[in-house]
Write a protein that binds this ligand. Structure first.
Ligand code: KIV
Length: 290
């Protein structure tokens, strides 16, 4: 059997636990296609998430709810083709794990067969049966608690969760329940930093935060947010490291100017005829047709 060899060893789910234990912060970012995966992998991230945020970021939906299994599979396959060394986690989209254990296993198993190394699903105690079944089928599961985007209608919008005592305690309990069910780690999204810190202390599995303060064992952000590819206002928890939108717009704009001014393509971007062929082509005259 042959294995892909990487300059650095590949990251596995077991490494997440090891890294957290050693106090190393886990770096996770979304990737939706071969090029975003290649860039993220070259930047040395530990975990690539083929997130259902592909719906908002790449497909123009207003939420993640319209994202289907077919869409996730399509984007996962593109990421897999880049052969990342990072651990590859894929989101189970809305309705792919809500209709029963068998359906969930078929959906998650299909994504694993396409190259995912773990699946992520949203929700707490009520997801315990499907988490158990997935773990039983040797499919590592990453949980996702707090501001879970697939619950946007139930939450009445994208709002920070766990601000009231009862809700905060509920999230702590949910975190323990999904850990007991076998999750290998959990994303904490849009919750107060102190609550995320408490959950992180209570759990033995690593927490990965997004809008959940600095105490989590790792952090995740959307690729396009970090690189400033989405114009307009960002949520408070996003830090942008590049004005990617403007940089790309400017590059394309310069190319357009070169095309319009006849400066593109130049000799260096053109294929030339060999000398002998050029002479013949120059000397060629059309024969008169009778
Ligand atoms: O789909 C996604 O991008 C996510 C993360 C931001 C955690 O679930």
């Amino acid at each position: 059997m042959s294995h892909v060899s990487h300059a650095r060893p590949v990251v596995t789910v077991l490494d997440l636990q090891r890294m957290a234990g050693a106090g190393e912060r886990i770096v996770m970012v979304t990737a939706y296609d071969a090029i975003t995966a290649r860039i993220a992998d070259a930047a040395g991230v530990d975990v690539l998430l083929v997130g259902d945020s592909v719906g908002n970021v790449c497909l123009g939906f207003e939420s993640t709810l319209p994202v289907t299994m077919a869409m996730m599979a399509h984007h996962l396959e593109a990421v897999v083709r880049s052969r990342p060394r990072a651990l590859l986690v894929v989101d189970l989209p809305f309705l792919s794990y809500h209709l029963g254990v068998e359906d969930t296993l078929r959906n998650a198993g299909g994504l694993v067969q396409k190259g995912a190394q773990a699946v992520k699903l949203e929700g707490g105690a009520r997801r315990v049966p499907v988490i158990r079944a997935l773990v039983e089928a040797e499919i590592p599961v990453m949980g996702h608690l707090g501001l879970t985007p697939q619950s946007v209608n139930a939450m009445g919008g994208y709002k920070v969760q766990g601000r009231e005592a009862a809700a905060a305690v509920g999230l702590l309990e949910d975190a323990l329940r999904i850990q007991d069910a076998g999750c290998c780690s959990v994303v904490l999204e849009g919750i107060p930093a102190e609550l995320a810190e408490r959950i992180t202390r209570e759990l033995t599995i690593p927490t990965i935060g997004i809008g959940a303060g600095a105490a989590c064992r790792g952090q995740v952000l959307v690729f396009h947010d970090i690189l400033g590819l989405v114009p307009g206002r960002h949520p408070k928890f996003v830090r942008t490291y590049l004005d990617g939108f403007e940089t790309l717009r400017e590059g394309l704009g310069r190319w357009g100017e070169d095309v319009r001014a006849g400066r593109f393509p130049g000799p260096q971007e053109s294929y030339m005829l060999p000398e002998a062929a050029r002479e013949q082509v120059t000397a060629w005259k059309p024969t008169t047709q009778v």
